[in-house]
Design a binder for this molecule. Structure first.
Ligand code: SF4
Ligand code: MG
Length: 332
């Protein structure tokens, strides 16, 4: 399959009061292939939304590169930028906050068309809006209503219709279901899957837990404190999580059937996620890692391809560090 998006050594730092620097995204690299769904998962504050926003250009990258269809998106001409931003769209977490309460559904969906000077003919535009409403499971009677008249799930459908208005290729969905009732979450996930099949969309799907991402993602990157710590196939990650943080995230997913005994060991993470203004030295996960070794405090872990296409950044998979640690431990 063809690479659509390439993210290479991306950094996004924010300078705050008194010169303090918040390292929201610190050296993140991954690729997304055409037609796939790439899940980016981690607790709030890990930098996953900032990664999405930097990719789409809402933030300027501090360092690193984002390429879309082989083009560096940070060096596009103005004209290229316009067509590029039509191809990439974003769906937001809070469908209510992201919809203007004083605009009708019709106006909300028409807004990107207007901004890009598309569907100028009134009749064409209305046809397009009706079609989009149908695509997301709403109908034309909804066009003249206001966001507050809809349920959370319906509002997210409106947000999705707006994201589809310019016929995008790539959609960044930033926690599109976390604000919704559990009963509605699966409906939205199914809708996104259906739209992906019909329109050949590629998704970056951002989420804070693994429960739903499992059903929608082809591959998953697990993020912690500005870093991707594990990256592999969705199935492989569920079968064989390698990073202690991924193992903890997975053990936190409830088993849906109460009659099935949960044989997994629950791994409760101790402590809070540290501040990205003052990240731990060495491995950023070490303050919460049940397997931390001495080397973890001083050396940042390298990437290891433990199985084909299964990457992890952890010293447990570094033979030399592991050997030194075991030898020291044996003498104690
Ligand atoms: Fe834990 Fe060390 Fe691996 Fe980091 S490098 S996850 S602290 S064992
Ligand atoms: Mg790359």
């Amino acid at each position: 399959s063809q690479k659509l998006l390439e993210v290479n050594n991306l950094k996004k730092f924010f300078t705050l009061d008194k010169g303090k620097v918040l390292k929201a995204v610190d050296n993140v690299s991954f690729d997304i292939y055409k037609g796939e769904t790439f899940g980016l998962v981690g607790e709030s504050g890990c930098g996953k939304s900032t990664t999405g926003r930097t990719i789409i250009g809402l933030y300027e990258a501090t360092e690193g590169e984002v390429s879309y269809s082989g083009k560096n998106v940070h060096t596009l001409t103005e004209k290229e930028k316009r067509s590029f931003y039509g191809k990439m769209q974003m769906i937001f977490q809070d469908p209510y906050a992201s919809l203007n309460p004083r605009s009708t559904v019709r106006e909300i969906i028409a807004e990107p068309m207007e901004a890009h000077g598309l569907y100028k003919d009134k009749k064409d535009r209305m046809e397009r809006i009706y079609q989009l409403l149908e695509d997301v499971g709403l109908n034309r009677d909804h066009a003249n209503r206001y966001p507050h008249e809809f349920s959370g799930g319906q509002r997210q459908r409106i947000g999705i219709a707006r994201a589809l208005a310019l016929d995008p290729e790539f959609i960044i969905a930033d926690e599109p279901i976390s604000a919704l009732d559990v009963s509605v979450q699966a409906q939205i996930v199914n809708l996104l899957k259906k739209l992906q099949d019909e329109k050949g969309l590629t998704f970056l799907f951002i989420a804070h837990d693994l429960s739903m991402v499992k059903h929608i993602s082809d591959r998953i990157g697990v993020m912690y404190l500005g870093h991707i710590v594990e990256l592999t196939d969705s199935k492989e990650l569920y079968k064989k999580p390698l990073h202690p943080y991924s193992q903890a995230l997975l053990s936190a997913i409830p088993i849906p059937d109460p009659d099935v005994e949960d044989a997994r060991e629950r791994m409760i993470l101790k402590g809070e996620i540290p501040s990205a203004m003052n990240p731990p030295s060495g491995c950023v996960f070490r303050t919460r890692c049940p397997a931390a070794m001495e080397a973890c405090a001083s050396i940042g872990p390298k990437w290891h391809e433990v199985e084909e296409n299964h990457y992890v950044a952890c010293h447990l998979y570094d033979k030399t560090i592991r050997k030194d640690h075991d030898e020291v431990a044996a003498t104690k």
